[in-house]
Design a protein around this ligand. Structure first.
Ligand code: SAH
Length: 268
């Protein structure tokens, strides 16, 4: 990937979405921000090829959390972000997987910065739902099959289960469930109680846009079992709805279809 050189920004925080993993899915603005950064606080979800694009002189701090292994609490991250931004005229980047404002706690970080009088900008990123849709070849909406889409998290604040899945059982609708693999059984039961048929197509897309991407498909009444398929890896998102039935005829991104080398090349 050719590097674009643009003037650095200093004196404020850029909250930047890194997208789902493929560095070519970074926006030009995101690339410029990480290349011009003096300090980068990054999450565990940010892929290695993207970390490799950060200004080599920058101070890089891993603050990420993954699968319950919290390296820092959100409050600690907020405090560190404020401290780094307040300590001199340095370009501080808060680099987050996907989009910062989609299940990314970007809003909490904006609140902490605003409360401390620190300016910020937010650079959107390709969120997991759209990456899973594009690279998993599952249109989120499609005439005749789905008129709308809901992005929802599989677990509530503090990790407690969400009990009202039945309310999300809508016909001609697609659900993309983030952080839902561990609760696949509860989710499927709730959706079927709400009226979705057991034969509603479902997919689990793992590591969307990355060379290791996998897509496993099945039926809603077998979702819990599907979640234990060894091809399912983290991070992964669930897609529920009739649009999943299009996957097999539209598939285009996999090491088998493109050849291992082509998929690796996409990672520069
Ligand atoms: N801000 C991120 C989401 C963070 S929550 C975004 O906009 O994408 C973390 C969840 O996102 C994971 O549990 C998984 O459900 C989903 N996710 C993130 N990256 C993914 C990827 N490359 N492939 C599939 N799911 C992904």
């Amino acid at each position: 990937m050719s590097l674009i050189t643009l003037p650095n920004r200093t004196g404020r925080v850029s909250i930047v979405g890194a997208g789902p993993g493929d560095p070519e899915l970074l926006t030009v603005k995101a690339l410029r921000a990480i290349q011009g950064a003096d300090v980068v606080l990054y999450d565990a979800l940010v892929s290695e090829p993207i970390l490799a694009l950060i200004n080599p002189e920058a101070e890089c701090i891993a603050v990420g959390k993954r699968c319950g292994r919290h390296s820092m609490s959100q409050e600690e991250i907020n405090r560190l972000l404020v401290a780094k931004a307040a300590s001199g005229d340095r370009a501080v980047v808060r680099l987050k997987g996907g989009d910062p404002l989609m299940f990314g706690r970007g809003g909490e970080e904006m609140q902490a910065l605003r409360a401390s009088g620190i300016d910020y900008e937010v650079v959107p990123g390709v969120t997991a739902a759209t990456a899973c849709a594009s690279y998993g070849a599952i249109p989120l909406t499609h005439r005749t099959l789905s008129r709308g889409v809901t992005f929802v998290t599989g677990h509530g604040m503090g990790g407690e289960p969400i009990s009202d899945w039945h309310k999300l059982a809508l016909s001609h609708h697609t659900l993309v469930i983030y952080m839902g693999v561990a609760r696949a059984g509860t989710i499927a039961t709730g959706l079927m109680e709400g009226g979705l048929s057991g034969d509603t197509p479902v997919a689990i897309v793992s590591r969307a846009s990355q060379p290791q991407q996998t897509v496993v498909t099945g039926r809603l009444d077998a979702l819990e079992q599907l979640a234990t398929d060894p091809r399912v890896q983290t991070p992964a998102a669930l897609i529920v709805g009739d649009v999943v039935s299009l996957h097999h005829s539209l598939e285009w991104f996999s090491a088998e279809l493109l050849g291992e080398e082509v998929v690796q090349q996409q990672f520069g």
